[in-house]
Design a protein around this ligand. Structure first.
Ligand SMILES: Cc1cc2nc3c(=O)[nH]c(=O)nc-3n(C[C@H](O)[C@H](O)[C@H](O)COP(=O)(O)OP(=O)(O)OC[C@H]3O[C@@H](n4cnc5c(N)ncnc54)[C@H](O)[C@@H]3O)c2cc1C
Length: 402
């Protein structure tokens, strides 16, 4: 006998409890709109997944306006610039002075913890550890989100709208007929080996280093924890990189006379592929894609998390107009509105990536061009301002987060 299906109704069915899905659920609730969130992983897994760590000023403003600024304001580290290191020199770009804007180092794990705590405190419907997620009826005005809950019960939730916030490997983008999607994709011939280390940062701001042996990045997570990355070949096995090899390579690529890179216990180590990917449009019928479900950028520009948050700020407002007032204009414009920012960030991330990473096998010409570009952005005020403007992000596309 097939198990009984539990049928229910909500306004917005949300697939995925990453930053996009959780913030969307929170912003919708502030407008009085119900949602159900279905998430593949456990709460503990979602809260521990190490990913991004740099928030644009617009993302910080958005989280604050949505009532999520408490721990962010207490523990986030405001940064007024970055260092670019190349050809034996380390130059500082002062974002505050160039643009009046800053970024904030606050780990994605903390953003997710804050969002889950806020949603659960509001008795929100979040189902962790679901399996068999499916979406159907996307071209009708009653799409259906189905999943098997952790207790084995099969659920069918009838919705007004479904939000696909299920990341790059989710099921929602795949539910759009291929003939209705345009995909733009670029794989880069390198990956990042990242470590999280229990050691105070050796720098006050992020260091992006161009080195003939490969790119390196010194990022930060907190006063006691550092995040560091090395350019490695795609498909690199972390087992080939014991901790002492990682530290030795970081010392070589980041090292400078008179500057000390402090070492400490490695808490986590992983390899991230580098890819640019955009699937357009970000809407099909009553399915709206947001965040990594629709687009991926290489992490060099620190844009992935910020794009995910920006998408759902636009989507919450559009769904408010559609579901509360019957006005479809913002929902109809959702994809184009988001894609303007997505493509700007896609270009910036590609530009930062190709300026800072030596392509394996490239001739000396590439290196000279990269160094010329790095020298230009660190000596021309207008070039530096352009980098700073892109890095700190654009003002929110739509006012009002709540
Ligand atoms: C290893 C790694 C390192 C990164 N580092 C950086 C960085 O340094 N800087 C930066 O800006 N960005 C970085 N990013 C990108 C950034 O983390 C993402 O852009 C951000 O997580 C996007 O949020 P999201 O909510 O759209 O997607 P996700 O965070 O991927 O969330 C999607 C959620 O959907 C769930 N899900 C998937 N399939 C299903 C299903 N079938 N049913 C139900 N739930 C499902 C997933 O479990 C997940 O919880 C990194 C990404 C990765 C993978």
């Amino acid at each position: 006998m097939p198990a009984e299906v539990r049928r229910s109704r909500t306004q917005v069915g949300i697939v995925g409890a990453g930053p996009a899905g959780l913030l969307l659920s929170h912003l919708l609730a502030r407008r009085g709109i119900d949602s159900v969130v279905a998430e593949l992983r456990s709460r503990e897994y979602c809260e521990a997944r190490q990913r991004a760590g740099v928030l644009e000023q617009g993302s910080v403003d958005l989280l604050r306006a949505a009532g999520l600024g408490g721990r962010l304001d207490a523990e986030g580290l405001e940064h007024g610039g970055i260092y670019l290191q190349f050809g034996g020199e380390r130059q500082h770009l002062d974002f505050r002075e160039l643009t009046g804007r800053t970024v904030t180092v606050y780990a994605q794990t903390e953003v997710v913890k804050d969002l889950i705590a806020a949603r659960l405190a509001a008795a929100a419907a979040i189902e962790f550890e679901v399996t068999g997620t499916e979406v159907a009826g996307l071209e009708t005005d009653r799409p259906v989100l189905s999943f098997t809950a952790a207790d084995g019960g099969r659920h069918e939730v009838t919705c007004d709208v479904i939000a696909g916030c299920d990341g790059f490997h989710g099921i929602c983008r795949a539910a759009i007929p291929a003939a209705r999607q345009t995909v733009s994709e670029r794989e880069y011939p390198y990956a990042w080996l990242g470590i999280l280390a229990r050691v105070p940062p050796s720098t006050d701001e992020l260091i992006y280093a161009h080195h003939r042996r490969g790119f390196a990045l010194h990022s930060l997570r907190s006063p006691a924890v550092s995040r560091l990355y090395l350019q490695v070949p795609p498909g690199t096995d972390v087992a080939a990189w014991p901790d002492d090899r990682v530290w030795a390579e970081l010392q070589t690529r980041l090292g400078r006379p008179g500057w000390d890179l402090k070492e400490g216990p490695v808490l986590e180590k992983g390899v991230t592929p580098m890819r640019s990917y955009v699937s357009e449009p970000m809407r099909h019928g009553r399915l709206f894609l947001a965040g990594d479900a629709a687009h991926i950028v290489p992490p060099t520009g620190a844009k992935g998390l910020n794009l995910a948050l920006a998408d759902v700020a636009v989507l919450a407002q559009a769904l408010g107009a559609l579901l509360l007032e019957g006005r479809a204009g913002l929902a109809d414009a959702y994809s184009d509105t988001c894609l303007t920012r997505v493509w700007r960030s896609t270009h910036f991330s590609w530009w930062m990536t190709t300026m800072l990473h030596p392509t394996p096998g490239a001739d000396a010409m590439e290196s000279r061009l990269q160094l010329a570009q790095l020298r230009y952005v660190t000596t021309s005020r207008s070039a530096a301002t352009s980098l700073a403007e892109n890095y700190t992000g654009y003002p929110p596309l739509l006012p009002g987060a709540g």
